[in-house]
Design a binder for this molecule. Sequence first.
Ligand code: NOJ
Length: 489
Amino acid sequence: MLEDLSRRSFAKLASLAAAIAAAPARAEEAQPDPARGHLATGSFPSGFIWGTATSAYQIEGAVAEDGRGRSIWDTFSHQPGHIADGTTADRADDHYHRYKEDVALIRELGAKAYRFSIAWPRVFPEGVGAANPKGLDFYDRLLDELLANGIEPYATLYHWDLPQALQDRFGGWQSTETSKAFADYAAYVAQRLTDRVKTIFTVNEVGRFVTFGYGLGIDAPGLKLPPKQLNQVRHNVALAHGLAVQAIRAHGRAGTKVGPAENIAACVPAIDTRENARAAEIATRELNAGFLNVVLEGKYTDGFLAYAGANAPTYTEDELKIIGSKNDFIGLNIYAPQFYVLASERAPGFSILPFPKSFPHMSADWLRIGPETAYWVPRLAAKVWNVETIYISENGASSADEVRPDGKVYDLDRIMYLRAYLTQLQRAIAEGAPVRGYFLWSLMDNFEWIYGFGKRFGLYHVDFETLGRRPKLSASFYRNVIARNAVDV
Ligand code: NOJ
């Protein structure tokens, strides 16, 4: 489906040859960074940040405790037919009560960083208005526990759990009222937590939750809006991001770092030539035009506007300025290659190739295995947008994990995937890509949205009956990578 969409965009974009060909180059060719040139094969720079990642709705449980309001995912998961195994995240990993045990798991890996998300409906049960007096207490406890264990917290403000009240009152992200409410929530969190949280991700995977939640009806809130309204939703989210960046700068401690965590449309040259690499740059900009590009350039591309035509979002120049507020970094969630491209003589300069049916994937069939994605995507993003700091805010894999009679989980395919991706990431960094940290998704098995508990991504296996956690073999793999700061021997 995504391929179809992009083929159609490509056809439309073809008329924009002149405009794009005339566009000024945005950055020089990526040059090896002399400071990093000495990296031994397989080694990461000293001070590289190794972490793991989770999100609130997927792990916390305790959905009705301490004044938490409902979120659109509570509503959606309780409606029959939405979640493959019929589950909800009412209990999930019960992390809300077991966070100390879970922080100990992070510590056992030797990871020095942890990316988690704050549940907006815990903080503002109605989305706007009075804050819940107990709303941040859990995160206060979590932060203190992390810091006591030498683990640096990285907080995400929005990992899809929109307060249901905002959906009911304003149509959620269909209204800029929600963008403004998000800015107020960001300001409140910044004021209260930036004594301990130094890095904040605003919104997670706009490319997923907008399209799947508001366009295809697959994710919460399950809407199928027509293209114009869908583009407006995405625009309102971009505005929310920009407003939040400003709110965090205004209300957080000086020096707090802020940026998005995006499932960038991952473009990869099908064959490594300079021409195809250039084509992948053009594709990276155009196929991310609806969010990342407007955030990083402060404008929609000509190609995006031409393709959208009458369906383009309505916006003001002032909004574009807010959306384009400077970020301190970008977070890239990198899983699967999305678009293999070749250079094309026809505008806009790239063609997208279809995937053969035999292309390998992990246990989730969307999760195609293309390790070179971890090389090309950071390299291309740094070049196209002149970005100085990149975090890999997520990377990981689902496996059909089984606890064997000896009590162990031998997730060799996850290790294969991680080793291959990390090797390619190291190659990108050795050549100068400014990647400062890596957050492995996920610390432990959890509620994988529409798949329920059926797709496991954790380094730790969770028994969803007893809620017992046990390390998989991949936890040892990752511990070894972290300890040696290297992916080979
Ligand atoms: C991206 C999302 O941010 C996360 O919530 C999800 O569980 C992983 N990908 C795996 O699908």
